[in-house]
Ligand binder design. Structure first.
Ligand code: GLP
Length: 256
């Protein structure tokens, strides 16, 4: 079962997520992190920034990228991850990878899978969740075993992401995303979600049927998952009281 941690707000979630990442990078400076963009991880990056950690040897694999934006576009996930994570935290840019960056788009999915494998796999994969229940850009209907590939974006996702662009028409129609099978191979999944708008997706992901109709529900098949949500995002959970009880009553050896 996923460990579900219900917190006050996004700042507290960011502290806990940053504690987990700090522990990993202190244990292994060459850690392989699965990185997410979007607004959700921002408090995690902010919390990490004040800790004096050395990320220069850490490897990173970003979940997804738009297809069709010109290189250097400020809203490409390459630009976003450089601006929000690589530069402020001192990652080495050449060790942080974004799907579709090199080579031809036709082989980009396979190339990315191979690169992840060569790095020894992802130690911890950070995940946000879309209102459609997507993780990465795996929209409803995605195969639970899928690998990195080009996909069309759902209309809802394009509308949700239009806030980053001048208009809805400027939002790309396609993306390249790690598949649900790719994500499942990470050794630890860390999913964060904030606000009531995410409540339905979170409840489906954690407690609903495992189904391609709610792609994030695939996390239920993973042996090591941590879900950190604020009260709003937790508001659809049937077993919230149990999660709180379980968290408050961990043995010492289960902590940290
Ligand atoms: C975006 C990204 C996802 C992200 C999700 C939630 O479209 N492709 O990787 O996790 O949707 O975004 P946000 O964190 O801004 O709510």
């Amino acid at each position: 079962m996923a460990e579900v941690v219900i917190v006050r707000d996004a700042d507290e979630a960011g502290e806990i997520a940053a504690d987990m990442i700090e522990a990993l990078v202190r244990r292994n400076p060459d850690v392989v992190l699965g990185l997410a963009t979007g607004s959700t991880p921002l408090t995690t990056w902010a919390s990490l920034a004040g800790r004096g950690l050395d990320f220069s040897r850490a490897r990173g694999f970003v979940l997804d990228e738009y297809v069709g934006l010109e290189p250097g576009h400020p809203e490409s996930y390459r630009s976003v991850i450089d601006r929000e994570l690589v530069i402020p935290l001192g990652f080495s840019p050449e060790l942080v990878h974004v799907p579709g960056e090199n080579g031809t788009i036709e082989t980009a999915g396979e190339d990315y899978e191979n690169a992840i494998e060569r790095a020894g796999g992802v130690d911890m994969q950070l995940l946000g969740i879309g209102r459609t229940g997507h993780i990465g850009f795996n929209e409803p209907g995605s195969s639970l075993a899928s690998r990195t590939r080009v996909k069309a974006l759902a209309e809802q996702t394009r509308r949700d992401n239009a806030r980053f662009f001048d208009s809805l028409d400027d939002v790309p129609t396609h993306c390249i995303t790690q598949g649900l099978g790719t994500i499942q191979r990470a050794r630890h999944l860390l999913l964060l979600a904030f606000g009531e708008a995410k409540a339905r997706a979170v409840a489906g992901a954690v407690e609903g049927a495992v189904t391609a109709s709610l792609p994030a529900s695939v996390i239920q098949l993973h042996e090591k998952v941590t879900v950190i949500v604020d009260e709003g995002a937790a508001s659809g959970l049937l077993h919230a009281n149990y999660y709180r009880y379980a968290r408050d009553n961990r043995f010492d050896w289960q902590k940290g």
